[in-house]
Design a binder for this molecule. Sequence first.
Ligand code: ADP
Ligand code: 5GP
Length: 196
Amino acid sequence: MSESATPETFRVVVLSGPSGSGKTTIVERLLREAPMRLVKSVSATTRSPRVGEVDGDAYYFLTLEEFQARRLRDEFLETAEVYQGLWYGTLKSEIDRARQLGGWSFLEIDVQGALRVMELYPEAITIFLAPPSMEVCEQRLRDRGTESEEILQRRLKKVAEELSYANRYKSTVVNDELDRAVAEILLLLQSQQNAA
Ligand code: ADP
Ligand code: 5GP
């Protein structure tokens, strides 16, 4: 049974990592297994949905025009052009939603967005998820089979750059063996809950 967060114990958790590092897989496990209620922030994006991705669940899928309009209305906590021409952003309303639900707000966002959130929430729990190696990362992405070769190459190009940001995060976890990596993050979250 997860415990509710009070306004005093509310926390923001940020998880980043290169494409293929295992973020989606790990987040699914954390949402089920964490001792506190984690409320995943649903980001807005201008990329197209992958097979099985539902609007309002995986992301809010917006046109570029809708995205820009919401940005002009100051609805975003942060935005980033993660891949050329593809925008992603955390809506401020997503943080409020977590607060209202008595959970911790869980953001799975890229390194640029994470740096902005670190400025706004210095107390945020920040975790960088690293693949065991570049080769393993590429293989996992290929096995996932959700990207065309062109998009895959674009993502792989960014992996090294993203890895260079790991030291800006409070913790780095290597996703070698899934259960082990999940257990390490759960321990990290638990230690923060106890420190609250
Ligand atoms: P991301 O969301 O960071 O792009 P995914 O969670 O989609 O990454 O993981 C990429 C692929 O690697 C998926 O097919 C996933 O099933 C697989 N994967 C994730 N973690 C592990 C792991 N520890 N060992 C083996 N395969 C993994
Ligand atoms: P994907 O297209 O694979 O779902 O995500 C691509 C990248 O965008 C990942 O690095 C993911 O963390 C990042 N991302 C997802 N949502 C957001 C967001 O709201 N803000 C930022 N800055 N990055 C995001």
